[in-house]
Design a binder for this molecule. Sequence first.
Ligand code: GDP
Ligand code: MG
Length: 327
Amino acid sequence: MSRVPSTELAQRVRRGDPRAIARLITRAEAGERECRPALAELYRHAGKAHVIGITGVPGAGKSTLVTQLARTLRASGLTLGVVAIDPSSPFSGGAILGDRIRMTDLVQDPGVFIRSMATHGSLGGLARATLDAVDVLDAGGFDVILIETVGVGQDEVDVVRAAHTTLVVNAPGLGDDVQAIKAGVLEIADIHVVSKADRSDANRTIRELKSMLMMAMPEGPDVWRVPVIPTSSEQGTGFDKLAQALDRHRQHLIDSGEIEDRRRQIASTRIVKIAEDIVRESFSRAHPERVEAMLARVSARELDPHGAAVELLKAVRERIHHDDEAV
Ligand SMILES: Nc1nc2c(ncn2[C@@H]2O[C@H](COP(=O)(O)OP(=O)(O)O)[C@@H](O)[C@H]2O)c(=O)[nH]1
Ligand SMILES: [Mg+2]
């Protein structure tokens, strides 16, 4: 069977073909050069979806919450894509909450597309691949895209920063009352969720979080007031409120004009991230002999690090020219 060109897959993606979506995401994830023009084309057609980043420490209840939230959003008629960056993601077909919450209905629903990204270890490129996947789903016509990521590591924080709405999940009973502080993600939340609200110690987490936010909350008539929303996946409560808060935040971004700032911020994060990846990759792979020689000269103090960086960037530039001609 001959291989379908990515540009053809992109056409099918735009018609919402789930197989084409899956295949193109796989190519993007593998960093295949052949699919770059197709991704560029899809990027131009994307931008309609509401992209929601969901973060929190492992065990906070993110995957369970995504499942319940997906059901609530589907019930209101929205279609959605889910991208999970989580090596222990249950989205590969398993059951969660000790088998009480099943995902089979979501997996079989054509209005839902679920994808787990393989974590590439320390190789980098995870943020790029994840956001490429988001573009593909966006161009595929999904109304809402949920990204689940563990709130650790620069790549994952960058992914969350590339969302329109950031949801931080805190759970009671994980040691610290508010884990978001330790993880450094308290400030980036547009919405805080206290999960596992069925637990008796949940009220304490809610109180702590509210009092912390009170101190940090900016004043003014048009400012977004970060809500704290308790949910229980166990009891199925809080998800209507959460869905409403997500929509209110989306509307707030539009009404206040903040959406433009966000879009620029997202563009900036993505461009810098990709440029960093290109430089890193060149440094570690492209010209090993050249890099070795450079390291030797800098260690021996024959060349200064700044001069070496400029040299490296020149090498990268030559390579990009070469690559562009090759495409
Ligand atoms: N009591 C209770 N446990 C929950 C709830 N949601 C998730 N859990 C449990 O918390 C653990 C971690 O959930 P998971 O969704 O995998 O968390 P993630 O690592 O943040 O994705 C699992 O054992 C879940 O069964 C909830 O609403 N109530
Ligand atoms: Mg998870």
